[in-house]
Design a protein around this ligand. Sequence first.
Ligand code: ZN
Length: 275
Amino acid sequence: MACATWLRSSSLSHALLPILCHRTSLSTTLRRFHRLSSTDRFVPYGNRFKNPLMAVHAQAKRGFSLKEDEVATPADLYFEAPLKIVEYPDPILRAKNKRIDTFDDNLKKLVDEMFDVMYKTDGIGLSAPQVGINVQLMVFNPVGERGEGEEIVLINPRVNKYSKKLVLFNEGCLSFPGIYADVERPESVKIDARDITGARFTVNLSDLPARVFQHEFDHLQGTLFFDRMTDEVLDSIRAELQALEKKYEDKTGFPSPERIKTRKLRKVAAGFGKS
Ligand SMILES: [Zn+2]
């Protein structure tokens, strides 16, 4: 999730990752295959369920993934620093994100790199799929400054409870550079997750931390912030989304895997789970 002062710097620091380097060729091949196959299997918004949890289930049934709780392999967690932000409409943002069950040094390095790129792009939250790693991991710091506020790492998070009270907030997203619009979400959430050591914990979040968490949690379900916008709000950023689609096509040579133009009109934003 982006804060209001978007994109101060695009230069990223370098860090080396010797672990798993021998997997480079295999993982690169797998990633290429994954990108293409997830494009082929993309489910247009109009065909998706309003409830993102149901959407995930539906994707699993369609063969998008064999199991809802598929566990990430070392190849799934392989990365090269510096990480780069994946922008809409890259199908990586809609792909299934696997559960993490290995809490090792590689995971700690990935988390460090995610915080690094988050701070350098003026973000306050970042999910793993946004840096091309399709696993259930998010980091955030509502203050958005290294050394200030609290750095929060959530692995395999689940929402136990949403508040009934909904609030509007002008959201940005690092995968949608420069685009901001109002999104309505529950004011508070009760969640459980694992920390970087694998320990389970439960926490109640409200206000901005709840907002950032829900935005990043959506990423882990393949849901993007504009999926939750009303048509009226969406109209205010439609041209900017189409510009990103064009940018993707120019860069990759592939047709955009989704188009905001074909999104079905609807009266209410996507629903939430338990409340
Ligand atoms: Zn985002």
